[in-house]
Design a protein around this ligand. Structure first.
Ligand code: SF4
Length: 202
């Protein structure tokens, strides 16, 4: 458009229809919600369905989720695709802890959400050991169901981008033990085992 082509209200309407104003937070959340990198991580039979979301039929690449990362340091989404045994739970938690904030988790399938058909002492639901953002039901969920969960997660990220999982779940000071905490725990333990009348050597 050249100077003078439009004037007055026409010019104002032209500008309003072509200029978007936003905030940096909203722009970042839009980008973040469209560029989630899941961790390359499969647990059981559900993982087979999870793998198919990168294939042509479902094509999660349309939403920027296709770059599965082999290192949790480079991933921000953990898809729990199957049952988690009690022995496996600390390992899964370690993987989650190694991911950088902001990070998200999807419990895929009945086993990850509620133990499913393995409702016994050996299997633990994901909610027991890490914060889950989206539960996808099914045994196994179809790839389309997982895609629905992923899109729900995307909407959640874009609505509330800046919150890390502690803020989202009100979970301040819950899990990670810092070096200074270890020293304090050791001092408290030494006090607790001290005999009456003795002072702690710590
Ligand atoms: S929900 Fe079904 S398909 Fe998924 S891990 Fe459990 S038994 Fe396997």
């Amino acid at each position: 458009m050249l100077r003078g082509d439009l004037e007055g209200e026409d010019l104002e309407a032209y500008v309003q229809s072509r200029i978007i104003t936003t905030t940096l937070d909203k722009a970042v959340s839009w980008a973040r919600g469209n560029a989630i990198f899941p961790a390359t991580f499969g647990l059981a039979c559900c993982a087979i369905e999870m793998m198919s979301i990168v294939a042509a039929r479902v094509d999660v690449a349309r939403f920027g989720f296709e770059a599965f990362r082999a290192s949790p340091r480079q991933a921000d989404l953990l898809i729990l695709s199957g049952r988690v045994s009690i022995k496996m739970a600390p390992v899964v938690r370690r993987v989650y802890d190694q991911m950088l904030e902001p990070k998200y988790a999807i419990a895929m399938g009945a086993c990850a959400s509620s133990q499913g058909v393995f409702n016994n002492y050996a299997v633990v639901p994901a909610d027991k050991f890490l914060p889950v953002d989206v539960h996808v039901p099914g045994c196994p969920p179809r790839p389309e169901s997982l895609m629905h969960g992923i899109l729900k997660l995307r909407a959640m990220i874009q609505q509330d981008p800046s919150m890390n999982w502690r803020a989202r779940y009100g979970a301040e000071q819950t899990v990670e033990v810092l070096p200074e905490d270890i020293e304090r725990f050791e001092r408290e333990a030494a006090v607790n085992v001290a005999q009456p009348g003795q002072t702690s050597g710590a």
